[in-house]
Design a protein around this ligand. Sequence first.
Ligand code: ATP
Ligand code: MG
Length: 581
Amino acid sequence: MAEERTPNFIEQIIDRDIAEGRWGPAGDSSVIRTRFPPEPNGYLHIGHAKSIWLNFSIARRYGGRCFLRFDDTNPAKEDREYIEAIQEDVRWLGYAWDGPVRYASEYFEWMYELAKELIAKGRAYVCELSAEEVRQMRGTPGEPGKESPWRNRPAEESLDLFERMRAGEFPDGSKTLRAKIDMAHPNLNMRDPVMYRIVRKPHPHVGDRWCVYPMYDWAHGLEDSYERITHSLCTLEFENHRPLYDWFIDAINEGREEKIHHSQQIEFAKLLLTHVLLSKRNLLAMVQEGIVRGWDDPRMHTLRGMRRRGWTPESIRAFCEEVGVTKYNSLIDFGRLENAVREHLNAVAPRRMGVLRPLRVVIENYPEGKVEMMDAVNNPEDPGAGTRKVPFSRELFIERDDFMVDPPKKFFRLRPGGEVRLRYAYWITCTGFEADPQTGEVVLVRCTYDPQTRGGEAPPPAPDGTRRKVKGTLHWVSAPHAIKAEVRLFDRLFRAEQPGKATGDFRDDLNPDSMEVVRAMLEPALGPEPASDEPAWSDGIRRFQLERHGYFCVDPDSTPERMVLNRTVSLKDSWQKAKKQ
Ligand code: ATP
Ligand code: MG
């Protein structure tokens, strides 16, 4: 409900409307009605999340209602697949729309009748110019357009032709219905815009009932009107369409006994992010060209991609809230979105140990066959998360990078003769190693452990009072207990902040190293069956922090035989570091 923060500019308008009783009794905020109106022509992306968050959180803030409405006016590009997916994605993000799912196509009959009213009033006419001719005669911002030769035909003739357009008497593209406004208007949207065109395409929701389809500009304001939306929130590029929407509603209401509802449109800045491509057209190209593995590829910024990557709905909502709404377009650093994910996961994700690039270690003075269960903290940020038992044995895996035969000065991890702490276990000292005679690659490290350091505690001081110290702490996994996993490590899909800006083609900015797959070894709690102490996630996806590596989730490709994990986000923003260097 009404949070403590300062209202954004949209909320300020709404507050004023409520105080003035613009939409109902003064002071009654429950009359506020918003909607999320996607066109079902692709999957939702992070930009849509912003619009979803805005519309739903405003309705929630005021105790009003928010609808989900498909703006399904163009059957050529729309599909049932998207209608289903969009609903699922909105629910995943954590929102429930008010009442049934709504479809613009269910209002087509009403819109058609209103169009006939405009024709009868001399405010619209059937035009027989081709689409190309209409374009050519439109003029430019500095130069008026030319009037259609059909502009002044009698209303009865237009009415008759419009009815016959609907009845299917004319071929596709042969006629349109246009609003009669002003071909010299400085706003090009007002130069007799097309309201209906003839298209014979089955519609994903209403089938083949129609062969005339309303244009977006005609339909959109009417959809809001039909649903009695109070505040129609849209992105800035529709600002100069608003006069047309207003013109349509005013022209309909002129002399009409029963006025139709006139929503207030308010424009806000789109969410624009660095290193990310949003428009559905580009996303579709990436899928079709095989640049990514599909709409739900974890590198994509579709809601499905982000979900598969392990991003949480909570963090996406928090990010939208943090960025807020403004009137001015600005490019948001992608790192801010990643940070929102880290912040949420840091608070709730259980910690686990996993070795991404395993190197075998034998503890030579540790008894063969012995297993000790070590206590490991589940989440230092959440004492309530408790501890778990992690098995320790004579053979372990450590990270390949954590051992060097001849390391540089500041290397505090394992080296021949050196000592390190194994997290939650013992201090170990390296006594030797084996390398592949052919490649020189280290394949095994030999160590001894100090039984006095159980739990990673420092050993008692020597008789002369000196204390041994270690600087490095390594994570590890017991070899006989390890769970094998394929781990997919992701990086940004694009190297450039604004993909395609330099050359005009986003393909030139693809990051060739956006995905790396490693064969990892994980502690037993990361098996196919969730451990009993794992938190309940709103979407059922299992997520963890692998210590020192970042946050990970279980991918749906996992099988009982082989776990597949995705790295959701690393612990730190490596791009930020790269920028500063
Ligand atoms: P795209 O241009 O990315 O393909 P779209 O605007 O065509 O998306 P629609 O289905 O028409 O997609 O959009 C549904 C709603 O989402 C609209 O109200 C639109 O304004 C909003 N929306 C789309 N992209 C963004 C964005 N980047 N930031 C905020 N809102 C957005
Ligand atoms: Mg669009």
